[in-house]
Design a protein around this ligand. Sequence first.
Ligand code: G3H
Length: 250
Amino acid sequence: MRTPLMAGNWKMNKTVDEAVAMVKELKDLVADAKDVNVAICAPAVDLYAMNEVVADTNIDLGAQNMYYKESGAYTAELSPAMVKSVGCKYVIIGHSERREIFGETDELLNLKLKTAFANDITPILCIGEKLAEREAGVHFDRVKFQLAADLSGIEAADVKDMVLAYEPLWAIGTGKTATPEQAEEIIAFIRETVKEMYDAETAEAVIIQYGGSVKPQNVKEIMAQPNIDGALVGGASLEAESFSKIVNFK
Ligand code: G3H
């Protein structure tokens, strides 16, 4: 049985004070959540202070990005050691905003994934199609291509422990959610693709989230789908009350 992961992605929101205030409020609201893992992927400058607040709680931390080199002259980048030093269990790799706005390629994301695994950081790899690709009916090909490119050379043992997040770009921050059936259809396809690339055991174990306008109002029907193992939540993770309702979806 896979334990769902509800992860908030704060994107470029919250100063240190705001971040600390929110996790202080959130920790009590999610303290009794059962059979669900909880994470907040926060801006890098917030993580050190947040780490102190979430110690001894059921909230894990994640970074939103990381470079693939261990250290060196890479101005403004974060190394795996830095990410771990502020208590991060997770790192988001290949969010569509990184791919689209900052030009991150599948080749780069593949290197980042390898570095995450080498450093025992669990990557949350984002994949998903644009609106034009969905309308042209090539969304299955698109995610299959991303999986093949991003996971190239990565072992089954690592894939088994990672998180995939299916996020159709047309549903991110738009208020437009994929229907639970649309999300289930493609997430089942992603699991089948992992099975083809690796084996049944790996496909059964990998956590696959849905992301794109998840809210307290729609989380229950999304989570009712058999292949969906949680959500990567943007906007609705910015308030403790709404994110706690998503975590406590049962
Ligand atoms: O990483 C989170 C996603 O981009 C979803 O964002 O919940 O604001 O649509 P959203």
